[in-house]
Design a protein around this ligand. Structure first.
Ligand code: BTN
Length: 256
């Protein structure tokens, strides 16, 4: 494993302050991807709640095999979970984490990001955070990437950072707040299912009522009005024909 950074670990331990998520915490100055380190730790039997955190990633990754640019100024971390739930329910964790991150940002900065189903947080129409879920070896690794004090010039054109939107916030405190909220929502998801998350999520969804296109790889894109997220976390589109089409995975683009 790459070399841990005790100073960063101590700083994070202070802000995690006894929470279950974040213990243990493995912190690094730089890694390939916190997802790689997390999967390695899963194989070594690390407990649920383990967090892997870094200030930079050499090969940060996003959904659909994309690169996640991970320069200095971001908070990049993965949390290891071991939920006893069916494989079909696991994608809901992307919305559970997104909700937690949106709430944490609002709490600490007063900025109110929107959630673009199923895994993006947007500010001023640009991406400020993304969530990645990978299930392997009996665990689920939830990766969260947040652009905190990042210079916009170091980010892709479609991305922004909290600082660029006028908010001062430090990546350590923000990580701890996301984890604290994630822990709470995760417990509620485990005991009560997706219903409470769905209720809490609705006000944050940027596209409800909007006409959108949902694309998945090379399959034919679907267009329609986003009307809701259903009881399993699928995005519901009202097609021109009036029919309701549930989307399980995909990427949303706003059309007008
Ligand atoms: C996406 O928007 O497609 C998801 C981006 C997820 C990025 C985070 S940063 C921490 C963790 N490590 C990675 O390599 N990816 C996730």
């Amino acid at each position: 494993m790459e070399k841990r950074n005790p100073e960063i670990e101590a700083r994070l331990q202070r802000v995690f302050d006894g929470a279950r998520f974040g213990h243990p915490c493995y912190a690094f100055e730089e890694v390939t991807s916190t997802m790689d380190v997390a999967h390695q730790l899963v194989r070594q039997g690390t407990p649920e709640g383990t967090c892997v955190w870094t200030t930079r990633q050499r090969q940060g990754r996003g959904r659909f095999g994309r690169t996640w640019e991970s320069p200095e100024g971001g908070a990049y971390f993965s949390v290891i979970l071991k939920p006893a739930r069916s494989a079909e329910e696991i994608p809901q964790l992307s919305l559970v984490a997104g909700l937690s991150a949106a709430e944490a940002i609002r709490e600490l900065t007063r900025l109110s990001p929107s959630i673009r189903w199923p895994n993006d947080l947007l500010l001023e129409g640009q991406k400020v955070a993304g969530i990645l879920i990978e299930a392997k070896d009996g665990a689920v690794v939830v990766g969260v990437g947040m652009n905190v004090t990042t210079q916009p010039t170091a980010l892709p054109e479609t991305a922004t950072s909290l600082a660029a939107c006028g908010a001062a916030c430090d990546p350590y405190t923000l990580t701890a707040e996301v984890c604290r909220r994630f822990e709470g929502w995760y417990d509620s998801w485990r005991t009560e299912g997706f219903a409470p998350i769905r209720e809490a999520l609705r006000p944050w969804l940027s596209h409800l009522g909007e006409v959108v296109r949902v694309t998945l790889g090379t399959t034919h894109p679907v267009e329609g009005q986003a009307v809701d997220v259903d009881e399993t976390g699928r995005l519901l589109l009202r097609l021109e024909s009036g029919a309701i089409r549930p989307c399980e995975v995909g990427e949303v683009t706003f059309l007008r």
